[in-house]
Write a protein that binds this ligand. Structure first.
Ligand SMILES: *Cc1c(COP(=O)(O)O)cnc(C)c1O
Length: 341
């Protein structure tokens, strides 16, 4: 029986943090075989071999997407087929069996439906959907696991950065890198994230919201802002780091580029020198969790660049409004980006 009582949760104090919900999807696949149909079950702990590939060698990836409630009561996803495709690309890179787009989307819909009471009311948050694919079978040598698990759970969330749409302060790291050419930076491999925790935590203790990573070869081109993509605006031209395999191809990034171009802006996907970015008029970061978050300042080797006089840049605001209007179903979705549940 689906519990449709209201959860005892204060929607207005939601942050980007974990809340246990009701139901999750789970499916398994033997190496070389096909994915089982999978089942919905109560949210619960997993039983897993201590020798599983994911625990020992980090063979796994995640996805992140959101469902929202529109003012007129519809439940909207945002370009979920791109999460499905990105997960399949990631599976191939990590030696795991890809989940078909159809199965992925079907499972996402089931998870949202069976946790619908956790979907915040319109405008007060989102249901964050977290698909995982990982090597659950036991393996001792460094090699692909003999069995895989595809799992999806969902959590109600509020703003990713404390303070919501307030411009954030960032610090450029000269010491740490997120990814190197030929590595796994372009996929949402679970192993990419733990090495960023200590640098990010240190930056937070100094009062910054996140770290900006530079490229690992030249140490001068901006790659990403923690787990979000970087944009800056100078003389009305929008710049964002080009996808070279070390940067995660964000769906928010792609959508922001498409939207900006449709609004008549020139967008350059190129190498973005940190020195250039520090002379820009506006800067923001983009990701499912952060949506579009304005950047107020960037610190790099003792110098600080301030953007938009401490406020939200005009073009940043325009893109934020245009994107969130589509995501929340406030305007006609002429791109077809927001399939209903
Ligand atoms: C998930 C993620 C992003 C943003 O991708 P979206 O598809 O927009 O959510 C950017 N950078 C990193 C490192 C990420 O993990």
């Amino acid at each position: 029986m689906l519990d449709d009582s209201k959860p005892s949760i204060d929607w207005d104090s939601l942050t980007f943090s974990f809340t246990e919900t009701d139901r999750m999807f789970i499916s398994k696949c033997e190496q070389g075989g096909e994915w089982e149909d999978g089942i919905m079950q109560d949210y619960q702990d997993l039983r897993i071999s201590p020798a599983s590939g994911v625990i020992n060698y980090g063979q796994g990836l995640f996805e992140g997407m959101k469902a929202r409630r529109s003012e007129d009561g519809r439940v909207l996803l945002f370009r979920p087929e791109f999460n499905a495709r990105r997960s399949a690309d990631g599976c191939r890179r990590l030696g795991m069996p890809p989940v078909s787009e159809e199965m992925f989307l079907d499972a996402v819909r089931k998870v949202v439906k069976e946790n619908i009471r956790w979907l915040p009311p319109c405008g007060r948050g989102e249901l964050y959907i977290r698909p995982l694919i990982f090597g659950s079978g036991a393996i001792l040598g460094v090699a692909p696991a003999p069995e895989y698990t595809f799992l999806i759970y969902a959590v109600p969330v509020g703003p990713y950065f404390k303070g919501g749409m307030n411009p954030i302060s960032l610090k450029v790291s000269d010491e740490y890198h997120r990814a190197a050419p030929g590595g796994s930076g372009g996929v949402k491999a679970i192993g990419n994230y733990a090495p960023g925790m200590m640098p990010s935590k240190n930056a937070k203790s100094e009062g910054y919201a996140e770290i900006i990573y530079l490229d690992a070869v030249n140490h001068r081109y901006i790659e990403e802002v923690g787990a979000a993509n970087f944009f800056c605006v100078k003389d009305k031209i929008i710049y964002t780091p080009e996808l070279t395999g070390t940067i995660l191809p964000g769906i928010t990034r792609m959508s922001t580029i498409e939207l900006a171009r449709s609004l008549g802006y020139e967008v350059q996907e190129t190498k973005v020198d940190v020195k250039f970015a520090m002379t820009a008029d506006e800067a923001f970061c983009a990701g499912t969790a952060a949506v579009i978050s304005p950047i107020g300042s960037i610190e790099h080797s003792g110098e600080v660049a301030h953007y938009s006089d401490g406020g939200i840049g005009e073009i940043t605001q325009e893109l934020y409004t245009a994107l969130t209007d589509i995501m929340n179903g406030r305007v006609e979705d002429k791109f077809g980006w927001t399939p209903e549940l």
